[in-house]
Design a protein around this ligand. Sequence first.
Ligand SMILES: [Zn+2]
Length: 194
Amino acid sequence: MDISNQANLPTKFGNFIIQSFRESVAKNDGCSCDVEHLVVMTKELGAIPLVRVHSECLTGDVFSSMKCDCGDELQIAMKRISKEGGMIIYLRQEGRGIGLFNKINAYNLQDKGYDTVEANEALGFKSDNRDYTIVGKILKYFNIEKIRLLTNNPRKVEEISRFVNVERDSILATPNEYNKHYLQIKKTKLGHIL
Ligand SMILES: [Zn+2]
């Protein structure tokens, strides 16, 4: 893991410090590629830092897509963390780990009536391909042993509990007409607490 220097990042939600963690990931074809993750944190982390482990969603985070709740969740997290202290660990695992290209193909299937889980499976992927190993390394780097984790995803709580003591704090975006069905599937098929 390579670790960048820190820099200041003033945002609409407050002033943060930004730092990048680069990991070398082996791909199926045998070659490896560099994945560049990001930590966006407050100067004071607080006694029990509030942490959002956010997987990249280019369509939601940048293009304000209403198909999912990622963009809203990221903004809620930034607002709360800037007030309470903590960090966003922004993981570059797009589309629950299947990548941007495959995610767009999955969206095409969703336009034809597949739900988010069925679409991933029709393309030959698991419903959730994400890996949180790097989170353990990042939290260890900052000597963090206990966190308040902003998530509705029990699998994420379980995975990250392997590295640190986790207290769950829920994060609820307001549903809209386009993501109502998606949120329902997250609840029924992926076990999210919504
Ligand atoms: Zn999303």
